[in-house]
Design a protein around this ligand. Structure first.
Ligand code: ADP
Ligand code: MG
Ligand code: MG
Length: 246
């Protein structure tokens, strides 16, 4: 069951080519990991899949569950079941975390969201993530530490239950205990047959999951796809051996 299929994608930002003939296919239930040096285009890939208007698709296509979503707006993609956790989550003053998630949940759900049931589920999920309930009443990410922002992202993912979650360095900047909690949260999400595209430099989060494929991105090109053993190889030797493949 193919969930996401990207074919020959060329993506530009401000007239600069970032992703070059990029291809990937993610089936239902699979875990894919993208690794690559800084500036390789990893975040660009996440934003492009989500449909951020700044990223201009010059050629190629994105299909989700067989439907062409190349030209779709981000809200439509979210409704179809795609979720992106940002590398640098933004602060939103005036909107509480709880209201933000409830609004998003209402937007992506086909059924109405019942307030009491939503609150119960939210509090249970926050508890699992070691987040105080009080955070629900605080403005989104305002005054949150780096780790708290990342936890809030995972909370959104767990509450929205997308079919495909793209995690952009969600595990960076977390202390050891927070990495464990976040990893456990991601594992619980995965157990429900969802798919994951994980952008990471860390290995801790990957110890909690069975990784199906690892892709190496260099200069906007996918130069190598392999199994989980690539992670150890990169951590030991860096990316230099892959530069020959560009
Ligand atoms: P990564 O996430 O792998 O570190 P990015 O996708 O953030 O890489 O960036 C890929 C390339 O695109 C980099 O060369 C970066 O400088 C460039 N880039 C990213 N965002 C912008 C932007 N808004 N304007 C211009 N260049 C950008
Ligand atoms: Mg970067
Ligand atoms: Mg990035």
């Amino acid at each position: 069951n193919t969930l996401l299929e990207i074919q020959n994608l060329n993506v530009h930002i401000e007239e600069k080519e970032i992703l070059k003939s990029f291809n990937i296919k993610i089936n239902q239930g699979e875990v894919h990991v993208i690794m690559g040096p800084n500036g390789a285009g990893k975040s660009t890939l996440g934003y492009t899949i989500m449909g951020h208007p700044k990223y201009e698709i010059k050629s190629g296509s994105i299909h989700f569950e067989g439907e062409d979503i190349t030209e779709e707006k981000p809200d439509i993609r979210a409704k179809k079941g795609i979720f992106l956790s940002f590398q640098n989550p933004e602060e939103l003053s005036g909107v509480t975390l709880e209201n933000f998630i409830r609004t998003a949940k209402t937007a992506v759900s086909s059924k109405p969201v019942r307030i009491m049931a939503f609150k119960k589920e939210l509090h249970k999920t926050m508890d699992n993530l070691g987040m105080d309930k009080q955070y629900g009443d605080r403005y989104l990410n305002v005054g949150f530490s780096g780790g708290e922002k990342k936890k809030a992202e995972i909370l959104q993912m767990l509450m929205l239950e997308p079919k495909l979650a793209i995690l952009d360095e969600t595990d960076s900047g977390l202390d050891v205990d927070a990495v464990k909690i976040v990893s456990q949260g991601v594992k619980n999400f995965k157990d429900k047959k969802n798919s994951l595209l994980i952008i990471t430099h860390n290995t801790k989060i990957l110890e909690y999951l069975h990784v199906d494929y690892v892709h190496i991105l260099l200069g906007g090109k996918l130069v190598k796809t392999g199994d989980a053993s690539l992670i150890g190889q990169v951590n030991k030797n860096g990316y230099k051996e892959f530069f020959e493949l560009v």
